[in-house]
Design a protein around this ligand. Structure first.
Ligand code: SAJ
Length: 445
């Protein structure tokens, strides 16, 4: 379906009508994607229903308390108690637009798991009414809307997509913890099954965003754009992780090399080697394309190799630690090793696909005495403070570059008897640590 210039032009004219009519929106999934979106829709004058699991979280939202991020704008909006949150889907029948923002994880074998999407779609279908617009924001591979979501909605509702109701895809682009880019100002892409669906979806996003909205040729191109955004990042991280393994043997400081290459003002985009690639996006999304393309008879060797390299980094990091312990006549077995950070990313509380899990598993399998500290995960930590962890550790591995670790007084390492620092995020001052007479190894430096 080609999008006519007229269809997109109309969408802009519809913008005012959609907002002025004070439409109602149901947002399914109130996590790091759905909740900021719900808050934004409230700010833009929509009546907002939230549908999610977790009674505790829903009660907090209904009481005006932000259960998730500490983003002030969202907290202030939720405090107005205008999001009607429930575990029930019946708000769908009172809504003009239904937006599905549920997780799209992979299982332990890295196979895409569409269970949450299928379940949410089925529940939405039960209450779907003529003329409504369903938008999927979850990250999905090309084909999921037409091959999975559309058939379920049509079967459960008895209606025809593109005729009785509309289906669109606008992939989420939330970057947790980002101080600059958030749901209000990140440009978006939208694809739909029909011109009318695109028109309605474009008008909706133009009514809530202070950012450009690009109409895609079809829903598949919208699905594909998000997947390649994150596959692009995964590949580039794998590139520098492979370089780290090579340059460690060549005695070249890769960190310095990347900083040098980054002085080129065009055609180079720095990425950084590390203990591993975690999170709900980068290490997950490529598998959705790998699997769907496989079913169509294409083997994504490059995407798979990038995943293999990035998945190897936790073990590579433990290998570096082992080599440094051996140089001091020690082994991993029975040695006190401190893990600095459990989260997959700095200054956020999120352990999805975190490299720390693999690092800890390998160390425990090799008989290390492992001590854990993450200021964002006090319950999962085995000690109460960074100081206590350092006191207990002969060697430490930095897995997350939380502010508390980056800003710590490095003399504490020496004063508490730490002998080896493995900097999985290359975030500590190598020269200062070496001047203290301690062993420092980063990833690629
Ligand atoms: N990482 C590296 N080297 C890098 C960059 C990241 O090892 O050069 C690691 C991180 O430590 C982390 C993982 O990769 O473990 C993912 O990091 P991320 O910065 O990509 O953070 P995410 O997972 O929050 O990714 C999100 C994505 N946003 C969406 O999917 C909507 C991604 O598209 C963004 O590019 C990314 O934020 C961002 O730029 O921060």
């Amino acid at each position: 379906m080609k999008v006519t210039k007229k269809a997109i032009k109309n969408s802009i004219n519809n913008k005012k009508k959609l907002v002025n009519n004070n439409k109602a929106v149901s947002i399914v999934g109130l996590g790091y994607v759905g909740l900021p979106l719900a808050a934004l829709c409230v700010e833009k004058g929509y009546k907002v229903y939230g549908v999610a699991k977790g009674k505790k979280k829903l009660n907090m939202i209904n009481k005006g308390i932000n259960p998730l991020t500490d983003e002030e704008r969202i907290t202030n909006t939720i405090a107005k108690k205008k999001i009607i949150a429930s575990t029930k889907f019946d708000s769908v029948k009172k809504s003009d637009i239904i937006i599905i923002c549920v997780p799209t994880p992979v299982d332990e074998f890295y196979n895409p798991d569409l269970t949450p999407i299928k379940s949410a779609t089925k529940s939405v279908g039960n209450f779907l009414k003529r003329g409504q617009l369903v938008i999927v924001e979850s990250t999905i591979n090309p084909g999921v809307c037409e091959e999975v979501v559309k058939p379920i909605l049509e079967e459960v509702s008895g209606m025809e997509a593109g005729k009785d109701f509309y289906l669109a895809h606008c992939p989420e682009r939330i970057n947790p913890g980002d101080p600059k880019w958030n749901v209000t100002n990140i440009p978006r892409v939208v694809g739909a099954l029909s011109a009318k669906g695109l028109q309605l979806a474009m008008a909706f996003y133009k009514s809530i965003l202070d950012a450009p909205v690009r109409g895609m040729k079809s829903i598949k191109e919208a699905e594909a754009s998000k997947i390649i955004e994150n596959s692009f990042r995964d590949i580039n991280i794998a590139f520098v992780n492979e370089l780290a393994k090579s340059f460690d043997k060549l005695g070249i400081d890769l960190y310095d090399v990347i900083q040098g290459a980054a002085t080129k003002p065009f055609a180079f985009m720095p990425h950084w080697p590390s203990v591993g690639v975690g999170g709900h996006c980068i290490p997950v999304d490529p598998y959705y394309l790998i699997e769907r393309a496989r079913l169509a008879g294409f083997d994504h060797k490059f995407l798979k190799l990038a995943r293999e390299i990035n998945n190897s980094m936790p073990k590579y990091t433990v290998g570096i630690l082992t080599a440094e312990l051996n140089k001091l006549g020690k082994s991993v077995f029975n040695t006190d090793i401190g893990i600095l950070g459990l989260s997959y990313k700095a200054n956020v509380a999120d352990m999805r696909e975190t490299p720390s899990k693999k690092v800890i598993k390998i160390l425990k399998e090799r008989g290390a005495k492992v001590h854990l500290f993450d200021p964002y995960f006090k319950e999962q930590s085995t000690v109460k403070s960074l100081e206590e962890l350092l006191k207990k550790s002969f060697a430490v591995v930095v897995v997350t570059n939380h502010r508390e670790f980056v800003e710590m007084d490095l003399k504490k390492l020496k004063n508490n008897g730490v002998k080896i620092i493995i900097d999985g995020k290359n975030c500590l001052d190598k020269e200062k640590i070496k001047k203290l007479g301690l062993v420092y190894k980063g990833i690629g430096r």
